[in-house]
Design a binder for this molecule. Structure first.
Ligand code: FE2
Length: 336
C-alpha cells in the first residue's frame, strides 16, 4: 500500500458521477469531482452499525487508527444499512440527536471527510416508521457527507474519462424480504412498495445493460448468500442472482448478518462480501458451508480499488487484518 502524501489535493482530484432513480425523474443532480489517472481509491464499509453504543464506537475507533497507521485517507464510506436501530426518543427527524450520536460524531469529518454513501436496511424502515424518508431528506442538507440520493442509485469511481468501478446501490427491502407484519405489534412493516420494487428491478436491468466501468460492484443490505444467523435470502437469489451472473458483477456487498464474511460459490462470477460487524451485537454463524471466510466478530471492511483489481480486507476492532482477497476484472479471485 502506498501512503497518501497529499490527501486533500488527491481527494479534490477524484471523480464521482452519480445517477439514480430520482435523477431519471430529474429530481436530483449529478455530482462531479475531478480525478487523476492511475491512482487507487481507498474506501471503508460497515453495516449494521447504528446503535449509538459502545461497540459501534469501538469499530469507528479501529477504522480511525487503521487509517492513521496505514496512512490512508478514505475517499468515501459505504454504509450498508441498519444505519439507525431502535426508535429515536426525540422522534426521528433530520434534526434528531441521533444524527449526531450515531453518525456525525462517531465518524467525524476530520477522519472521514469523504462522501458516506448509505443504503436502507430493514431496521431503517421498521424501527422508526417513515425513517427511510428522514434518511433521504438528511442527504439534501447543505454540506452533509450523508449521501442517499434515492433508495437506489449508481455512481462511478475514478476519472470521468476512464472510471475504475461502477457502484450500484439497491434497496433490498422488497415486500417479500422485509414486508409482512411485525410479530410483536401485528402492524404492517415498512418496505418498498410493489411498484417501487418493480421500478427498481427495471432500473437495475437497464443499468447492467448500459456502459459500466471495468469493475461492477452492487451493494444492498440483505445478503444473497450467508453463513450467518439469517442465512440466504431466497427472493434475492432468485431475482438478482441471474442478473449478476449474466452481467458479470464482480462483487456484492451487504450486511444484515452481524459478522464478517467472504463467500465464493462454485460457478458464480460474483464474490460475496458481508460486512455486518459495524456495532450491533454479533450473532453466531450458523453454517460454514460456504467458503472461504466467516467470523462472528465486530469490525469493518477496507476496499482498495486499483486499475487492475479490487482488494477487500476485513479488520477487527483492533484494526488487525482478518482476511483479504483480490478480485480481478476477469472475475477471478485470490485470497492474499
Ligand atoms: Fe438488517
Amino acid at each position: 500500500m502506498h501512503p497518501v502524501s497529499n490527501p486533500s489535493r488527491r481527494r479534490a482530484l477524484k471523480t464521482i458521477f452519480c445517477s439514480s432513480a430520482l435523477l431519471s425523474l430529474n429530481l436530483g443532480s449529478r455530482s462531479v469531482l475531478e480525478a487523476a489517472d492511475g491512482e487507487a481509491i481507498d474506501l471503508l464499509m460497515i453495516g449494521d452499525f447504528g446503535t449509538s453504543g459502545e461497540d459501534q464506537r469501538k469499530v469507528a475507533a479501529a477504522m480511525r487508527s487503521f487509517c492513521e497507521r496505514k496512512e490512508i485517507r478514505p475517499e468515501l464510506m459505504l454504509l450498508l444499512g441498519d444505519n439507525f436501530y431502535s426508535a429515536a426518543k426525540d422522534g426521528f427527524s433530520t434534526e434528531s440527536i441521533r444524527w449526531k450520536n450515531t453518525f456525525e460524531e462517531v465518524y467525524p469529518a476530520d477522519v472521514f471527510p469523504g462522501a458516506c454513501w448509505a443504503i436502507l436496511g430493514n431496521h431503517d424502515y421498521h424501527d422508526n416508521p417513515g425513517g427511510e424518508k428522514v434518511q433521504l431528506a438528511y442527504a439534501k442538507k447543505p454540506g452533509t457527507r450523508w449521501r442517499m440520493p434515492a433508495k437506489w442509485y449508481r455512481f462511478d469511481l475514478g476519472p470521468s474519462s476512464s472510471p475504475l468501478a461502477t457502484i450500484i446501490a439497491l434497496d433490498s427491502n422488497l415486500p417479500t424480504v422485509s414486508g409482512g407484519t411485525d410479530k410483536k405489534t401485528g402492524k404492517a412493516r415498512g418496505c418498498l412498495t410493489e411498484a417501487e420494487a418493480r421500478e427498481q428491478h427495471e432500473w437495475l436491468v437497464a443499468e447492467l445493460q448500459s456502459h459500466r466501468a471495468p469493475f461492477t460492484i452492487v451493494m444492498a443490505h440483505h445478503p444473497l448468500y450467508s453463513n450467518g444467523d439469517h442465512g440466504d435470502t431466497r427472493a434475492l437469489v432468485e431475482q438478482w442472482g441471474p442478473l449478476f451472473q449474466k452481467h458479470g458483477v464482480h462483487a456484492y456487498l451487504c450486511g444484515h448478518d452481524h459478522d464478517l464474511q467472504h463467500l465464493e460459490l462454485e460457478g458464480l462470477r460474483t464474490s460475496f462480501v458481508l460486512s455486518g460487524g459495524g456495532g450491533a451485537k454479533t450473532r453466531k454463524l450458523e453454517s460454514g458451508r460456504k467458503m472461504p471466510y466467516g467470523r462472528d466478530i465486530h469490525g469493518f471492511t477496507h476496499l482498495r480499488v486499483a486499475g487492475d483489481r479490487l482488494v477487500f480486507s476485513h479488520h477487527d476492532v483492533e484494526g488487525e487484518l482478518l482476511h483479504r482477497f483480490a478480485k480481478k476484472s476477469d472475475g477471478s479471485h485470490e485470497v492474499i
